[in-house]
Design a protein around this ligand. Structure first.
Ligand SMILES: [Zn+2]
Length: 69
């Protein structure tokens, strides 16, 4: 039960993950289907809002344009 064993396990998982990502390139974001009931938290006021009503700007989530300022 050494830390070496743990490192080997992590490395193997990581390599598998990298290979998996290389083999399966994500499809274009335009074809992404909006998920129905996913809730996102506003970055500013922490209000939870449905993903389709959220304003996502530069990868940040806002509930309204007020919170973007
Ligand atoms: Zn907000």
């Amino acid at each position: 039960m050494g830390i070496f064993k743990l490192i080997v396990v992590v490395l193997v998982v990581w390599l598998g993950f990298v290979l998996f990502k290389k083999l399966r390139k994500p499809k274009s974001e335009l074809s992404q289907k909006p998920s129905n009931n996913k809730m996102l938290a506003c970055r500013v006021c922490k209000t939870h809002i449905p993903e389709n009503e959220a304003i996502i700007h530069n990868g940040k989530v806002f509930c309204s344009t007020k919170c973007m300022e």
